[in-house]
Design a protein. Structure first.
Length: 213
């Protein structure tokens, strides 16, 4: 089984019937890992599909295979790609990475100026996030929207989060800041320009020296 056996799409109303199955698998997966995720109802998940703020993976035979959705916080200044889940029978086919890339692309299209963040305990997700340009950050750099943090109440580690006054917990915080990436790209372009100018000067100096010979 390879990634070519799946269609990875922006979810829509026609996929709403999968919402119940997706929510069940989210809960089962969290229980199996011994970690928590913000619990979502089938209605919530279906609404994300209706809004075009979710990505779904389907096997060529129409079987649900994976899912992830977008949430916005702090009046759209922050975006989270949440609820990443892959059906157990379709794991090891590269779906998690493909879904993450697709939902990241969707987030950048819908909210080009927003900071995209995530909280995760999964090393595989951390690796994918790093490939996309996320960097580890402190919790203070994430959204301070109370509604976001209320979502952590259903997590088994919520007591740890509150005990540490929301400064850290079991999850690693990661952030993609488009403004910072733009500054980095601009600085890189300037450095390349400086190097090109330096090489040009050296080349001209060599030519001048040769002519004098």
């Amino acid at each position: 089984m390879t990634i070519q056996d799946f269609d990875i799409l922006v979810a829509s109303a026609k996929h709403a019937d999968y919402a119940q199955e997706i929510c069940i698998e989210m809960a089962e997966s969290a229980k199996a890992r011994g970690t928590g995720i913000a619990q979502r109802s089938p209605e919530y998940v279906a609404n994300k599909m209706l809004e075009g703020k979710a990505v779904i993976a389907l096997h060529k035979d129409g079987t649900w295979a994976g899912f992830c959705y977008i949430e916005t916080w702090s009046h759209g200044d922050f975006v989270a790609n949440s609820g990443l889940i892959v059906s157990p029978k379709f794991r090891k086919a590269g779906l998690a990475k493909a879904i993450k890339h697709k939902v990241f692309e969707l987030s950048r299209t819908k909210y080009p100026d927003a900071k995209i963040f995530g909280l995760t305990t999964g090393l595989a997700v951390m690796k994918i996030n790093s490939e996309l340009g996320y960097e580890p950050v402190t919790y203070s750099e994430l959204t301070q929207d109370e509604d976001f943090w209320k979502g952590c109440r259903s997590c088994v580690n919520y007591d740890i989060l509150t005990m540490k006054e929301r400064k850290n917990c079991m999850c690693t915080a990661m952030l993609f800041d488009p403004a910072e990436k733009a500054r980095d790209a601009e600085e890189k372009a300037k450095n390349m320009s400086r190097k090109a100018t330096l090489f040009e000067r050296i080349e001209n100096a060599i030519k001048s020296f040769s002519q004098h010979d």
